[in-house]
Design a protein around this ligand. Structure first.
Ligand SMILES: Nc1ncnc2c1ncn2[C@@H]1O[C@H](COP(=O)(O)OP(=O)(O)O)[C@@H](O)[C@H]1O
Ligand SMILES: [Mg+2]
Length: 242
């Protein structure tokens, strides 16, 4: 295996919830593993848990683990696992939990010691509130990570994509690239929409399209991995680190 020193990492955000962040993150993990890297995932804040063999699980975290070849201890992978499938600040209030971004940053630093690349999946869209004063964007800033934007291809996604890219840039973060994910198989003019986003993000943010993931049935992340330009992403991540 090729060892990466220091480890690479990226923050995966999306145009919305349920648009394929976990799916594309899993595909990226498969892609990194194929490149011979030790790949680990974090889902630092997860809302929605079920009990399996006496332990709390979260669907996203389990999917990410299934695509990784390095498993982090659950408390490092998901420092905040909340029971209620709700907006994080609401789920946290129900359990009297308050998010400590520094704690997540510390867990991430530990994760970097165990892998060559750590994929961090955000929660919901880019500005989901975490506390009264902080949101997911603040988390990405605290982690100092390049961002990959997953665009769920459906009507309305162009503006969501461009707004998210603007919010990423406004915080001084690098948009390492974006993925067009065909989450809605019935979307019309998908190619035209992709072309439009591609042009804007390239011109305004120098951000490449890393791949177009078709609607897959069943949704197999290892097949989605074939559609992603992993080497281009790795190149950008290495560059962003220096
Ligand atoms: N390209 C795709 N083809 C088929 N199903 C997809 C695709 N992308 C996402 N899905 C499905 O859509 C749902 C939401 O995806 P998920 O990755 O969980 O979204 P998010 O993490 O943004 O909430 C899941 O059931 C997933 O399997
Ligand atoms: Mg998810």
């Amino acid at each position: 295996m090729t060892r990466m020193n220091p480890a690479l990492s990226l923050f995966v955000t999306g145009t919305d919830t349920e648009i394929g962040k976990t799916f594309v993150s899993s595909a990226l993990l498969h892609g990194f593993v194929r490149e011979g890297l030790r790949a680990a995932a974090m889902k630092p804040i997860a809302a929605g848990a079920f009990v399996l063999n006496g332990e709390l699980h979260n669907e996203d975290a389990d999917q990410l683990d299934a695509a990784s070849n390095v498993l982090l201890p659950p408390a490092m992978r998901t420092p905040y696992l909340l029971k209620e499938p709700a907006a994080p600040h609401i789920a946290a209030a129900l359990e009297n939990v308050s998010f400590d971004i520094d704690h997540i940053v510390a867990c991430h630093a530990q994760a970097l010691k165990r892998a060559d690349v750590v994929v961090v999946e955000g929660v919901g869209g880019f500005r989901v509130p975490l506390t009264a004063t902080h949101d997911t964007a603040n988390l990405a800033v605290a982690l100092k990570l390049p961002v990959v934007l997953v665009v769920g291809m459906r009507l309305g996604c162009i503006s969501h994509a461009l707004l998210t890219a603007e919010a990423i840039a406004a915080r001084g973060l690098t948009l390492a690239g974006w993925v067009a994910n065909r989450v809605d198989p019935d979307m019309t003019f998908a190619d035209e929409n992709i072309a439009s986003i591609r042009e804007h993000l390239a011109r305004e943010h120098d951000a490449p399209l890393l791949g177009i993931v078709p609607h897959l049935s069943p949704a197999a992340p290892e097949l989605a991995a074939d559609r992603l330009d992993i080497n281009r992403l790795l190149q950008t991540l290495r560059h962003a680190q220096h």
